[in-house]
Design a binder for this molecule. Sequence first.
Ligand code: ARG
Length: 257
Amino acid sequence: MKKTVIALLLAMVLVLSLGACGGEESTEGDTVVYKVGTEPTFPPFDTTDEDQNIVGLDMDLITAIGEDQGFEVQFENLSFDGLIPALQAGNIDIVAAGMNKDDPERQEQVDFSDAYYESKLMVAVTEDNTDIQSVDDLTPDMKVAAQTGTTGASKVQELADQGKIGEAVILDGLDTCMMQLINGDVAAVINDKPVTEAYMKKQPDKIKMVGDPLNAENYGFAVAKGNEELLEKINAGLANIKEDGTFDELVDKWFNQ
Ligand code: ARG
């Protein structure tokens, strides 16, 4: 009899703990904690501080949205092309990564919140480059870099497929893309304008942007397809922090600091 009770209790503990790690979110006391995935070489949206903590405008926004909606967040560092698979697998609950929501392929895979930032892709070259003044000046002897899984990478791949550039150099981190550009390993980088601007600020007089924007995009937070409950919370929180001025304050903090 005693043994059966112990066995039953053990089984219950097992089921409960399995439930806790298999589930998407965890609970701390009464608060839900959502796992937020990002790729942090994308300043000022997604970056790291001196202690390697994940910080940035995206992190502050989703934290503020959580405060408004009564949930907490915990950040996970993933490669950019691993973010959507991680959402789909239930390993994370939210993607906050400056992700363009106007992408039909992504829209089939995940659900996006309302847009929170307008952006565009630009060609970046070294400051002293006078040959490349727009995307049309890229030639079949050139290597052009972009971050894996991004809209910039699709653009670079398209140029390579059309034979307009010699090689698409697809790298894991934007820091590596920028380093390769400065070192002269690649002729250009295609990346989001506000982020290339942040790299230009960090290392003055090394990089510049040329030509017209190559697209227009809108960043949104992503959740697993069909997770309406969380999407509604994010949209409601986003509307509230826009309304009460928190949103503008955070944008100002990250763009003008
Ligand atoms: N906006 C681009 C895209 O959606 C690039 C985003 C890269 N984000 C990052 N955290 N590395 O593909």
